[in-house]
Design a binder for this molecule. Structure first.
Ligand code: SF4
Length: 61
């Protein structure tokens, strides 16, 4: 991945963190992309994006 974003629509459910803790973490009430995260984990990032209930994870391949 070139870039991964989490949009403001995130509801902090934690699903992406469960699926891919290498890239996502909860910061208060919302998820964020960890600093220095390994964005080469494409499969897990896509899996997390597809599992997000509000489609808040946006990525650029
Ligand atoms: S799965 Fe979606 S809504 Fe849930 S914490 Fe992650 S980005 Fe937010």
């Amino acid at each position: 991945m070139k870039q991964v974003f989490i949009e403001d629509s995130c509801i902090g459910c934690g699903t992406c963190v469960e699926i891919c803790p290498e890239v996502f973490e909860l910061n208060g009430e919302v998820a964020v992309v960890k600093k220095g995260a390994n964005l080469s984990l494409d499969k897990k990032i896509i899996e997390a994006a597809e599992a997000c209930p509000v489609e808040a994870i946006v990525y650029e391949k």
